[in-house]
Design a protein around this ligand. Sequence first.
Ligand SMILES: Cc1ncc(COP(=O)(O)O)c(C=O)c1O
Length: 383
Amino acid sequence: MHKHIPFNRPFATDTGFVYMQEAMRDMHISGDGQFTHKCHALLEETLGCAKALLTTSCTHALEMAALLLDIQPGDEVIVPSFTFVSTVNAFVLRGAQPVFCDIRADTLNMDESLLTGLITSRTKAIIPVHYAGVGCEMDEIMEIAARAGIAVVEDNAHGLFGKYKGKFLGTFGSMATQSFHETKNFTCGEGGALLINDARYIERAEVIREKGTNRSRFFRGQVDKYTWTDVGSSYLPSDMLAAFLYAQLEIPDQIQSMRQRIWKYYAQHLHGWAEEQDVRLPLVPVHCEQAYHMFYLLMPSLEQRQTLIGQLQAQGISSAFHYLPLHLSAMGQQFGGKPNDCPVTEDVSDRLVRLPFYNSMSEDEQMYVVETIQALNLKQRAA
Ligand SMILES: Cc1ncc(COP(=O)(O)O)c(C=O)c1O
């Protein structure tokens, strides 16, 4: 009998259910109740950002960022090609032209050395993605953006509580976005947050998040009635979701140390096999404290990646490839994307496989995954 090892298992705490009941007893289950405020305060205090606002997803936080930057048709936005579609779609929704940047072969993050060559007079923003929760080279990115007068929005969907040179990811750009989707380290099923570091955006962000009204000011007693003041939409999650999330956000060290244990187990036990088989394990630069979001293998070829996924599946283990190059997608091609525009992205996308990784993963489960991988001799198969 095979074990079944899923790729992900959503995480819940007992306290999360207690807090959800509390939210219901309070009879405040719409947005911005006590648990939403607690999440905001916790993120602001821990990370040191000027304002944190929970949203219904990271996608919606990115859409808010595009509205706040006043992105207009024809504006250009530089995004890595190796990312989730929302990183770019949020800006395309406002009429932006995406400009795809390749990634570094080591961290798989936006290659900062290419940025200067991609900036034009129409560039409005650079959107670095901290892939797998490992920081992009933020010193260089911030310097290039400042020199050109361009905004930086960090897509930090993977990187909550990770650090670059001792500073939290999400606190470099004028804004950053978080995801609390069920695949993330901290989750409420579907959810996200907009972190605002440049305080000039706070007041308008509250309005955009509240359907284009000044309702947040009204609830704080700053105006005596609320009205339509700007464009906006509905980006508030229910306080029940915030309650579920808060129970996790208040124990960050516990959650991150579970994930650190899982990551290190894979790294230690797969190191020898990887070396023998010419497989590359994730690389974390010494100046980055990673967020332990995922563990991936870079296989020698597409064929060997598919073999590994198939072998794992045959033993009941779900593994997953990751992003397809955005510049080669149907939409990306409409924006002018062509083969070889981003060669590292194209190569890595074919060869990367993510291993099962979830907070509640036991050592037994991990040992089974590791032993199944170690049983695979790619060199013998190729011979
Ligand atoms: C880099 C990145 N950005 C944004 C998102 C979108 O997150 P959400 O599902 O919270 O909208 C994802 C999803 O996994 C992602 O990987």
